[in-house]
Write a protein that binds this ligand. Structure first.
Ligand code: CO
Length: 211
């Protein structure tokens, strides 16, 4: 079967199935969204946030990019974060990396692959800061996976350093909580690496002042 046709046919089957269970499903869904979570994850097709957390449409606001990075010049990400935090008032932001991440693996090498070089530069910096620890690990898989974890922790810190999050903490102390997770493609389990609710907590280097 045509691979695109398949998607549209599956969509019809899915919509009909939802209506069978609850004739008001789409009517109530269309009214508003009130998600509790913002998910920042990798674009990897195997790391599907709603699938692996068993959450339903409407529960999770999602942003994905290669290697789940929080880059301070990324207007796309910053717009998502601002909307999720200030308009939707999510209580939790989850940054979720995954072991065996192709983006992280590529960033550890020296191949030049075009535009992605610039994006992955952010991970190369984290690698440089932690070179001693990472290079001391014997197996290549473990080296990549350790950098995956360090990358998640660096991105949580990047997020804590944004004026958006610090302004939120100023007005709603402790909210949103920022979580750093790593997903294991081999087992299906997520591991929590870090959780922070304040700039002091994580040692965010920069503190904004708000009146
Ligand atoms: Co990845």
């Amino acid at each position: 079967m045509d691979r695109i046709k398949r998607l549209l046919l599956e969509n019809v089957a899915w919509a009909k199935g939802k209506l069978q269970n609850n004739p008001e499903y789409f009517k109530s869904m269309a009214e508003a969204q009130k998600p509790d979570y913002l998910w920042i994850g990798c674009s990897d097709s195997r790391v599907d946030p709603s699938e692996l957390t068993n959450t339903q449409p409407g529960e999770m606001f999602v942003h994905r990019n290669v290697a789940n990075l929080v880059v301070h010049t990324d207007l796309n990400l910053l717009s998502v974060v601002q909307y999720a935090v200030e308009a939707l008032k999510v209580d939790h932001v989850i940054i979720c990396g995954h072991y065996n991440c192709g983006g992280v693996k590529t960033a550890m090498g020296s191949a030049s692959l075009g535009v992605i070089d610039h994006w992955l530069r952010n991970i190369k910096d984290t690698y440089s800061f932690n070179r001693f620890e990472v290079d001391g690990i014997k197996s290549e898989t473990d080296r990549v996976n350790r950098l995956v974890e360090l990358n998640v922790m660096a991105q949580v810190k990047n997020l804590a350093n944004t004026s958006i999050i610090q302004k939120a903490w100023n007005t709603r102390p402790g909210l949103p909580a920022l979580h750093g997770w790593v997903y294991d493609i081999n087992t299906g389990f997520c591991k929590s690496l870090v959780m922070t609710r304040s700039a002091e907590d994580l040692g965010a280097e920069h503190r904004y002042k708000f009146d």
